[in-house]
Design a protein around this ligand. Sequence first.
Ligand code: ME8
Length: 518
Amino acid sequence: MADPYYITTAIHYPNGKPHIGHAYETIAADVIARFQRLMGRDVRFQTGTDEHGLKMAQKARDLGKTPRELADEMSGAFRDLFDRLDITYDRFIRTTDEDHHEASRAIWEAMEAKGDLYLDRYEGWYSVRDEAYYDEKELKEGPNGEKLSPQDTPVEWTEEETWFFRLSKYAEPLLELLNTPGFLEPASRRNEMIAFVEGGLKDLSVSRTSFDWGVKVPDADNHVMYVWVDALTNYITGVGYPDGGEMWEKYWPASLHLIGKDIVRFHTIYWPAFLMSADIPLPKQVFGHGFLLNRGVKESKSAGNVTDPNELIDLFGVDSLRYFLMAEVVFGKDGSYSAEALVNKVNAELANSFGNLAQRTLSMIHKNMGGKLDTFETNGDDKTLLATVQEACRETLPREFEALNFSVGIEAWLKAVFACNAYVDEQAPWGLKKTDPERMTAVLQTLFLAIRDLAIAIQPVVPTKAAAVLDQLGVTRERRSYADLSDEGWFGALVAAGHVVEKPTPAFPRLEMPEAED
Ligand code: ME8
């Protein structure tokens, strides 16, 4: 049986349209999901929208809509974007889904049965934008003397009767968890979380009475759950909690919660504590990726620099966007993007390097060999090239992708592409047609083998483009996994089947910079 692998993204607030950060996180998760499938694992991939809470309620009120109307409209915009981005999710969860309400009530009841919930009065600071409670000592002073959260969002003083969760009880096991190698990655995010726990954990307010847009607390109808209690629970709703069953047995605990660095506290402190309280096993890993900046600057409505990912897709295509984000940004660190950087990188690495390699090779096979393949003898140069390509595609890239070092894996792949292009220049197959046709066929078919490895390896990042190259090579859809790479019989089978290389169409055309608008 294939190893199960359950990956989740954060669920996104549908209080506005999706932005580039949402696209980035979901693309990264999709690259992981596709990679793990190609590694032979049985993958489940969940993403979705986080629809409750004060932020949604306030935004809907400002727009003169009901929260439900706003959620329906914007959740649809997220779903449409993810479909356009070729995101292969198995479930798009909405926290307004009925099974999610049931799961949220069930985890609440489990925490209550443990004696971890009690009613008391909350007095303190709340940031609606972060949907987070803050301690006085965490706050900063804004330019006009106002109080701001550590994320620079406004906070308001809140006083109400709420349910509390005994977070303080879990300090010891949480420290042990945070010190477990691999639980929270990258390791650079650990110290801050450890310091937060060591600074003393206060019990957490987990319900609100001042509004009603949320999951109702069991037997206390005037309370709705604190939005993060229900939001985090989405991860288990999606695999069958509380009923259990086959999906639950197979996929929980999750292999990876992929989230941004701003919400690490919720995922590595609150969430594990809720799970410990409810006697549910803990996720294996939480990875806090960095933020994507627009030419080095955070996007915001007030700065007027918010990019609609749909526009980037319209201009440059999905695979170009996916490639740029994964190749350019060191995963775990902040990264910067701009249309020029995207066009330059994609043209240099995909169009001029890999695309051109495939296009030149297939054209020459089509023209000079009548598109026909045959068995051939390799010489030392051919063997060296194939060894370089195979090491990159069969070892380095999979190893680095497994460790979520995408840019490092892609860099190794690109070096192998460069090696192929250097080999083409050295061997100059176009000059061999008259002088040594046998050698020409050996060179072109060595390249054919190399391109197949390169195209298979890069599929998680540029699925449509890689598939187009593999189609042209004649590699069947069922034989494109990482395990298939070491099947040495495939070329012989292709020859035996009489595969003919057709006149190729470029899989990676050059991108143009759009005309600047006045
Ligand atoms: O935080 N670059 O939702 P959200 C990269 N609903 N990632 C970014 C980003 C940027 N510029 N801006 C945001 C929430 N993100 C909660 C999550 S999970 C149970 C509930 C990331 O819509 C952010 O870090 O504000 C988060 O992982 C995701 O986008 C959704 O953010």
